[in-house]
Design a protein around this ligand. Structure first.
Ligand code: FES
Length: 153
């Protein structure tokens, strides 16, 4: 199958890789770069478990082709903490106990970071609306919204 060479920055590190043109960003991260924090829930854009930031914007990495990311900057859950210091939203998820099984959590946190950056945090309703692409099967929404709200405040 056709392949392409892609150069991109992942969590601050420049990487160049040759991939099958059909490779998703999610598979690039997980299988080529060993960054398994981004989860494959549905692989079809319906759950948000694979959410990462591309040039600061939220993206479902399962729906995005790796070859589209030439020159892009990608941030995953692995790149969020500053050394030993968690990102404030990571800490808020712990403080608020905003997860049960944890499978959706990396996507929730990346989406929450995007939501805060975009300024969609005026009320719990607004946060719910703008985080609605991220599904939590355990039903931790109240605490997830609270963690985002507290971090944005
Ligand atoms: Fe990408 Fe579900 S795995 S949205």
């Amino acid at each position: 199958p056709p392949e392409s060479c892609v150069s991109l920055t992942v969590n601050g590190t420049r990487r160049t890789v040759t991939v099958d043109n059909r490779t998703s960003v999610l598979d690039l991260l997980r299988e080529h770069f060993g960054l398994t924090g981004s989860k494959k829930g549905c692989n079809a854009g319906a759950c948000g478990a694979c959410t990462v930031l591309v040039d600061g914007r939220r993206v479902n990495s399962c729906l995005t082709l790796a070859v589209r990311l030439e020159g892009a900057e990608v941030t995953t859950i692995e790149g969020l903490a500053d050394g030993d210091e968690l990102h404030p939203l990571q800490q808020a998820f712990i403080d608020e106990d905003a997860f049960q099984c944890g499978y959706c959590t990396p996507g929730q946190i990346m989406s929450g970071v995007g939501c805060i950056k975009e300024g969609h945090t005026g009320s719990p309703e607004e946060i719910r609306e703008w985080m609605s692409g991220n599904i939590c099967r355990c039903g931790c929404y109240v605490k997830i919204v609270r963690a985002v709200e507290q971090t944005a405040a």
